[in-house]
Design a protein around this ligand. Structure first.
Ligand code: GLC
Length: 423
């Protein structure tokens, strides 16, 4: 295990490109990714607390004037990635970025780092970050929930962080594919095409980008025009958890007005998430906002209300039965999509494989919901996957094999962080 710790630290040090960490050394993702960076900070916190804060500070240097924190900040040569900065043509004047966001785990991670209390100049650094976090959360509610429903919508599958989940299939199929971009793709040069999103998916991903670029990524126009507009249950759960953590941080720092403002967001979102409970299936489903319909697909995102709210298991024990049934069908948990369904593919990206960062959210939620045994099971599986499958991007739940990019930063970070949670 000491060996594993040293390997994990070495991966983070290697992938540290000076203030930010690239997701993998392989060249597949030559930039700073939003939620990767935040989650990587949980790993740095285990051996270099100062560096953990720097990761978040660098990320927020890419924040836009309107408050959005972009999915990607391009900070180095990016021609091994498509779509790179020349396709997006976006940024804040200081940093070139993509024009969309990603799951907002930042406030949750900052709370963790703050409560550890072991970084230099902590009060000053938190003081500088808090207004930025508040502007980020405000942006979600104004730009992505202009009608005040309590659920924010994403405008691109990439915003969910779960790019090609079967949950998007119908909403994405309704998007015009545009011209084929097969010849421009770079990802399939790094990983086998059979584990990556398909050609028709990629054509639509890029056509969405081109359409949003034409609107200058203006949120006032985007929400009305986006052909893909989805209120994902996972994204909203992650935001809700971050709302709660931000409230605690603001109150702790004496910003009562800020705390009350975020409490307003959180109250709306709590009610809206609860309205996503499907009593018949015993599961949480998100909504296709554009086509005004429920997305009845059992993805791992449907478990994330546990991470947002410690009272979910008590209210909905049926949700735990789903998780248990999934675990019975695979060797390792937790698959990103329900095994045994026609869409389940154990090796293809977000259509079945295990991602340790989401495992952390599930096991953390289970622990907070008083489900210690299930939480420990997911924790054990997660560490065992690294022990026997290495530091891959994600893992096959039926075999445990590590897949995708290698020497992956967030897998290394989760290995370090999850070890700290072992009983
Ligand atoms: C892929 C993943 C996304 C991640 C990014 C960088 O696009 O789907 O969640 O942030 O790679 O690792």
């Amino acid at each position: 295990m000491t060996d594993l710790r040293e390997q994990a630290i070495a991966i983070l040090r290697t992938n540290d490109h000076g203030g930010y960490t690239v997701p993998t050394a392989s060249g597949l993702y030559p930039a700073q990714w939003n939620w990767d960076s935040c989650l990587v900070a949980l790993g740095f916190a285990q051996f270099d607390p100062d560096r953990a804060w720097v990761e978040i500070e660098t990320l927020f240097d890419g924040q836009w004037a309107d408050g959005m924190v972009p999915q990607i900040s391009f900070r180095e040569a990016d021609d091994t990635y498509f779509p790179n900065s020349s396709v997006w043509q976006a940024g804040n004047g200081r940093v070139k970025t993509s024009g969309i966001t990603q799951p907002p785990v930042a406030a949750t991670v900052v709370r963790y780092l703050t409560e550890r209390g072991d970084a230099p100049r902590l009060t000053e650094r938190l003081g500088a970050l808090l207004p930025k976090l508040l502007r980020y959360h405000r942006w979600f509610y104004s730009a992505r929930d202009p009608q005040g429903t309590g659920l924010v919508s994403i405008v691109h599958p990439w915003e969910s962080g779960m790019d090609n989940s079967p949950v998007w299939d119908a909403a994405l199929a309704a998007v015009e594919p545009g011209p084929s971009v097969a010849h421009l793709r770079k990802d399939t040069g790094f990983s086998h095409a059979s584990v990556r999103p398909t050609g028709p998916e990629y054509d639509r991903y890029i056509n969405l980008v081109i359409g949003y670029r034409a609107l200058n990524y203006d949120p006032a126009k985007l929400h009305g025009a986006a052909p893909f507009l989805v209120a994902d249950i996972g994204f909203n759960s992650i935001l809700q958890r971050a709302n709660r953590d931000l409230i605690a941080l603001l109150r702790g720092a004496g910003d009562e007005a800020g705390a009350v403002e975020v409490e307003g967001f959180a109250a709306r979102t709590a009610a809206a998430i609860e309205a996503c409970w499907d009593a018949e299936d015993g599961f949480y489903y998100g909504r296709d906002t554009r086509h005004d319909r429920v997305i009845r697909k059992p993805g791992i995102a449907g478990l994330l209300p546990l991470y947002a709210d410690p009272t979910v298991a008590e209210r909905h024990p049926a949700l735990l039965r789903h998780l248990e049934a999934w675990l019975e069908q695979v060797r390792f948990g937790v698959p990103s999509f329900a095994p045994g369904t026609p869409e389940f593919e154990p090796r293809r990206y977000w259509r079945g494989p295990i991602w340790l960062v989401v495992n952390w959210m599930v096991l953390d939620g289970l622990a907070r919901n008083g489900q210690a045994a299930l939480s420990q099971r997911v924790l054990r599986d997660s560490l065992e996957l690294v022990r026997q499958g290495g530091f891959g991007e994600y893992f096959d739940p039926t075999t445990g094999e590590g897949l995708g990019g290698n020497s992956f930063s967030w897998t290394a970070a989760m290995c370090l962080f999850l070890r700290s949670l072992e009983a």
